[in-house]
Design a protein around this ligand. Structure first.
Ligand code: NAP
Length: 279
């Protein structure tokens, strides 16, 4: 599994990880996560929101006995993200995950609580060793600037955002900002949350042709395309060991510049929204 430095941390993290939204609490789902871990997809993403804590309990079963291999990420819900609420939410997540620490703790999206309070709670959790780093999710440019003003340069480790072939908006400003400030970008719903381009669409045909040239699958080509910037990571969710294994193998080949250009043309980026400032 290819690894790269995760934001401002000193850690090399797998470029393809595993999501857990809507994961079932059954032997198949646990076997899928474990197969993914065996193949190096050791970045596990979960959240207190997923199944109201049930996903974290599934993750606990999957990582039992192998915690030290894992880069474990969970998220606090915005309504819990007050100074005290964040600490309590983290304690609950740690208990459900049956661990003493998170590798990274994220604010799931920006809500009503002042960011200053959430950041202060994250720093307190870091000092206590309950989290090793912290980040945000679903943050656009103005929100990212707000965090930087509050926390300073280097504290924000990642921004987890929607990114797939048919939703490339983050390429306009979020990815460049994150590259400039040493922040990892984690692509969620990399397969469009199950709405993957069909084989009879123009884009589907392009993916199939490129996949054939690499003895790969269309989803592997899609993942490989998404992680082409050096700050990018992707966290597909898979319910079976076969799907997990397929996803892990996306890290085993490279796309040529010509193939990237073909995908770029088949899944156009779209124009830059006028509200975005130029960097
Ligand atoms: N921060 C946020 O706000 C946020 C929002 C959404 C998601 N996320 C995170 O990102 C993770 C991934 O996103 P997602 O769950 O929305 O969707 P996704 O990963 O884009 O797509 C998951 C779908 O793709 C299917 N799939 C996975 N691997 C496959 C394969 N090799 N072949 C065929 N189908 C395959 C899955 O089917 P099976 O399940 O049957 O394998 C499932 O239906 C989430 O689980 C969550 O951890 C974060």
């Amino acid at each position: 599994m290819e690894r790269r430095r995760f934001g401002s941390t000193k850690r090399e993290i797998a470029i393809i990880g595993q999501g857990t939204w809507k994961i079932e609490n059954d032997a198949g789902a646990i076997a899928a996560l474990r197969r993914g871990l065996d193949l190096g997809m050791t970045h596990l993403d979960t959240a207190e929101m997923y199944g109201s804590g049930a996903a974290e309990e599934v993750v606990a079963q999957a990582i039992a006995g192998r915690r030290d291999e894992i880069f474990l990420v969970s998220k606090v819900l915005p309504q819990n993200a007050s100074r005290r609420g964040t600490i309590l939410a983290c304690d609950r997540s740690l208990a459900r995950l049956n661990t003493d620490r998170l590798d990274c703790y994220l604010l799931h999206w920006r809500g009503q609580h002042p960011l200053e309070d959430t950041v202060a709670a994250f720093e307190e959790l870091k000092s206590a060793g309950k989290i090793l780093s912290w980040g945000v999710s679903n943050f656009d440019l103005p929100d990212l600037e707000d965090v930087r003003k509050i926390a300073g340069e280097g504290s924000l480790v990642c921004n987890q955002v929607l990114y797939h072939l048919e939703e490339r908006a983050i390429e306009h400003a979020v990815i460049p900002w994150c590259q400039q400030h040493g922040v990892a970008v984690v692509a969620y719903s990399p397969f469009g949350h199950g709405h993957f381009p069909g084989p009879r669409t123009t884009g589907g045909r392009v993916l199939k042709q490129i996949a054939a040239a690499h003895n790969a699958t269309v989803r592997q080509v899609a993942l490989r395309f998404l992680v082409r910037p050096s700050s990018l990571f992707a966290i597909p969710k898979a319910a079976s060991p076969e799907h997990a294994a397929e996803n892990a193998r996306a890290a085993e080949f490279q796309l040529s510049n010509a193939e990237v250009a073909q995908i770029d043309e088949a899944f156009p980026l779209g124009s830059r929204p006028s509200h975005l400032p130029m960097l």
